[in-house]
Design a protein around this ligand. Structure first.
Ligand code: CU
Length: 503
């Protein structure tokens, strides 16, 4: 959603799902838990098994253990690490209970009383994957079943992440805890000798609300027949499974692999001491060169690869913050055990795809239909629901321009499966004229993407009142895929559409 959301503490109108007292997460003592690091599972060529299960884990020293779902025994799923072009096989096992513990909306598409309550589909976000292994929303499987997926990993070094994508329910499954990170390595990255081992730290960011007894709280609309809410952001900010943890660091450069796995929240990241950091990568890998940043906004599902230099802060503390709210405390030790290498000047060559290569331009309009008290009822792409026949048939090995015409008052992080793309520009237009006359009247100049958006992307922030254009080459596989807003509440109702790559 909006950047304003980066600051917790907003009042919400929805009633809690239970009469129990909500936990005042903002009143919890900050920085009392060490930042957990996920177990690393390396791709050896043998199949990796990741099992979904219900666990209990502590999100904070002073909060009783919370029931959640995970792809492993801890709140943080194992971090899978693989080389590029080293085929990876993952057997996803569904050992979840048969009953869901979060408020299902049976009125949503594919989520009726005619299907089992607990369904799972796993999507490896950002992976170039055959359609059958991509975790199609309707290809869900139930407790007691499993799916074996093959990932050729024919792509460049980056941070991907896996999460649930089951039709009508993935916002609740992800909220319950079904997400994890996957790192792809390659020789270009190796040659840069970036901070590694203990000096490379995954930061998985999300937000949750809790009841006083520690149980997860997910808001509902107040209408028992339609509990869906258009957006959900919570006061409790978690990093790697803990509310506002701390990390001891040495006075040297660290590499942080950041992913926003929140349902709706955007994070506006900066350091509390005002220091700049280097952004060296975005969704689909390294940028051409490091970009000095004082702050970066991560929409849902976006990734940032950051280098932070603590060497001027020996013996002090600083914080990673979102907006003005500190979410991780860095406690800088007096001395570094291993000196760091300087930040490379050049990272990876990235050829811009020329617009002339596009064989067509597709216009995708973004709509938010509201009731008479301005509450969202349904959100659509090109005024179409998920279940309507496919309308986009890009041809394999061709490039297309997709322009997202945002007619809503929200920023939508749009994601396409299978592909990586480049952002061309964003341009303001007259939304009223568009709605009345269906003509695109621009009201200003097109703006090129910021330097940190000039790398390969798989999510693009589409702000309100702008036409956001991307250029995308459909490579890899023919077959059915999908594109959707990555605000999970929007995606569920019904900002998600299929596309089919044809030969
Ligand atoms: Cu959206």
């Amino acid at each position: 959603m909006a950047i304003a959301q980066a600051m917790p503490g907003m009042k919400r109108l929805q009633a809690p799902q239970s009469a129990l007292t909500p936990l005042r997460t903002l009143a919890l003592a900050p920085f009392v838990d060490a930042l957990p690091l996920p177990e690393i599972v390396r791709n050896t060529g043998l199949p990796v098994t990741l099992t979904m299960r219900e666990i209990r884990a502590k999100v904070h020293r002073d909060v009783p253990a919370t029931r959640m779902w995970s792809y492993g025994p801890a709140a943080m799923a194992p971090l899978v690490e693989t080389r590029a072009r080293q085929p990876l096989t993952i057997r996803w096992v569904n050992n979840l209970p048969a009953k869901h513990f979060l408020p299902i909306d049976y009125s949503l598409h594919g989520s009726g009383h005619d299907v089992p309550e607990v369904r799972a589909a796993v999507h490896l976000h950002g992976a170039k994957t055959a359609s059958k292994d991509d975790g199609y929303p309707e290809d869900w499987f139930v407790p007691g079943q499993s799916r074996t997926c093959h990932y050729p990993m024919d792509q460049e070094a980056t941070a991907l992440w896996f999460h649930d994508h089951a039709m009508g329910i993935n916002r609740l499954n992800t909220y319950a805890g079904l997400f994890g990170m996957l790192l792809v390595r390659d020789e270009v990255e190796d040659a840069l000798q970036l901070p590694s081992g203990a000096y490379e730290v995954p930061l998985i960011l999300y937000d949750r609300d809790f009841l006083a007894d520690g149980e997860l709280l997910y808001d509902v609309s107040g209408d028992p027949a339609k509990p869906w809410i258009p957006e959900f952001s919570a006061d409790g900010i978690l990093v790697n499974g803990k509310i506002r943890p701390y990390l001891e660091v040495e006075p040297r450069i660290y590499r942080f692999r950041v992913v926003n796995v929140a349902n709706s929240r955007f994070f506006q990241l900066s350091l509390s001491d005002g220091q700049a950091f280097w952004q060296i990568g975005c969704d689909q890998g390294l940028l051409a060169a490091p970009v000095a940043q004082h702050s970066v906004v991560l929409g849902c599902a976006e990734r940032a690869d950051l280098l932070v230099d603590f060497s001027g802060l020996a013996g002090k503390t600083t914080h990673l913050r979102t907006g003005a709210f500190d979410i991780v405390q860095f406690r800088v030790k007096g001395q570094a055990a291993v000196a760091h290498k300087p930040v490379p000047r050049v990272l990876r060559s990235i050829a811009r795809t020329p617009e002339s290569e596009a064989v067509t331009t597709r216009t995708i309009t973004l709509h938010d239909y509201k009731d008479d008290v301005d509450r969202s009822m349904v959100m659509l792409l090109n005024r179409k629901h998920w279940h309507e026949p496919t309308t986009e048939f890009p041809k394999l090995h061709t490039a297309e321009i997709w322009e997202f015409v945002n007619l809503t008052d929200d920023t939508h992080p749009m994601h396409l499966h299978l592909v990586r793309f480049q952002i061309l520009d964003r341009r303001p237009f007259d939304t009223t004229a568009y709605l009345m006359e269906k003509t695109l009247r621009f009201t200003g100049q097109a703006e090129a993407p910021a330097a940190h958006e000039m790398g390969w992307k798989d999510v693009v922030q589409c702000p309100p009142g702008l036409v956001t254009r991307i250029i995308v080459r459909f490579e890899g596989y023919a077959g059915r895929y999908l594109y959707h807003c990555h605000i999970l509440e929007h995606e569920a109702n019904d900002m998600m559409r299929p596309f089919e790559v044809v030969v």
